[in-house]
Design a protein around this ligand. Sequence first.
Ligand code: NAD
Length: 505
Amino acid sequence: MRTEQAKTFTAEDFRRHAAVMKPETRMLIDGELLESASGERFESTNPATGKVAATVPAGTIEDVNRAVISARRAFRSGAWSRREPRSRMEVLYRFAKLIEDHALEFSLLDSMDVGKPVTDMLSGDVPAAALTFQYFGETIDKIEGTITSTAADAFHYIVREPLGVVACITPWNYPLLMNAWKVAPALAVGNSVVLKPAELSPLSATLLAQLFIEAGGPEGVFNVVHGTGSTAGKALALHMDVDKISFTGSTDVGKLMMVYAGQSNLKRVTVETGGKSPHIITSSVPDLDVAVDYAISGIYVNKGEVCSAGSRILVDASIEKDFVERFKARVHERVRLGDPLDPKTTMGPQASHCHQQKILDYVRIGVQEGAQVVLGGRMPRGFDEGAYVEPTLLTGVNNRMRIAREEIFGPVGVVIPFSTIDEAVAIANDSTFGLAAGVWTSDLSMAHKMARNIQAGVIWVNCYDHGDMTQPWGGFKQSGTGRDKCLETLLTVSQTKSVWMHLGY
Ligand code: NAD
């Protein structure tokens, strides 16, 4: 069912559809739906209810091997890798449309897996995933080679070719969308893909790969292996016949990807990893109420489970008190905790009970470090079964505290005061991460200088979290090594070949 229709649903409608859903959880290898070689399955728990939503095959080294063999065979066959560009474009356009046609299923699947509000899925993740395949589809016949200037006895041209087999290893915070960001560019340039979704969010991956085949994609080009990171993910990253790891996840596991590449076949690696992004409100903020609203969505959107969350809120000391009061007053209008299947809900449960406990531990650590909880900080009343955490704000924070340095990945913002712009930039840059930053000022020169001096892959001025497919998405420092979304991504899933023809004969 398409987005427009599903958007008219009530909570009861969503619950009725969710109750009868039977997700296809098997792996998709070489066009076949398969159990794991061991026959074992693991549970995916709905974090809103604490109940098992589905069980999923626990992929083994053998399953990974089968998937890589399938991907390599499909690549060598040329059925996709050498297929006429316009024909590949048409497949990706149909694929994008099929994703839209299955908006309700994708929304319910990701919601059951990780507690995402269905309305976020319908208005955000699903259209964005469809657009990702549309956008990269549009690039296919725009990829051109080059002829270079040479001496008269030579003709030299450079062509761009696919790499071969790309392993896409993805996180759980935007399951469908992260799968799309990794898979779409890889397919666009003609690679075959093995997708290993996060074990917390496996439910929508097989449907995605099935729709590629329904759109006309050849079997074996887009394979899905489920399973844990330590077994299936590791086997894929270490595999001698994988040409590239395209990874999104934590910084620690991102580093492991580089180790695995070095321990195996020097496969290419790009990693998009964590963040602790500064959101800076200067005293020349054009409208403090607007900045407060963006600060609220900057940290609480998607339950705070966002790599680019504006989790360090840097506020000019002269307006800090006013900012905090307005933040607390506005948050209840902007954030509504509840059942993810209720269209009125804007914040669902955290992705798992284990993650909920990690977040609450960080709040305790912050208090031990001397910070004050001025908002939330607990499990909300009346949501005992779910992995909920109240929207939380801590003040009395300095940038040396763990709550200011480590990625909490939940609805926990920390307010850090500053006295000068130089100090704000120094605090912003005093982090191992460098994914994104926000700056609020009506001083044009200050905005440009701060954008120049802050070490982050994305800088938002007088907004937060805006962007589209043309925007390079990736970080400085330990926030990653690649870029998603934009045209530059195509360079990371392809390689150049130089053909030098001697014209002497
Ligand atoms: P994670 O690193 O725990 O897992 C990511 C993926 O790696 C999963 O599929 C997991 O199964 C796999 N994995 C885990 N251990 C592995 C191993 N030893 N070998 C191979 N694969 C392994 O991350 P997560 O908890 O799923 O996701 C949250 C993280 O993702 C956060 O740090 C967040 O900032 C980051 N993230 C970054 C971006 C970005 O664009 N920079 C976007 C979304 C999420």
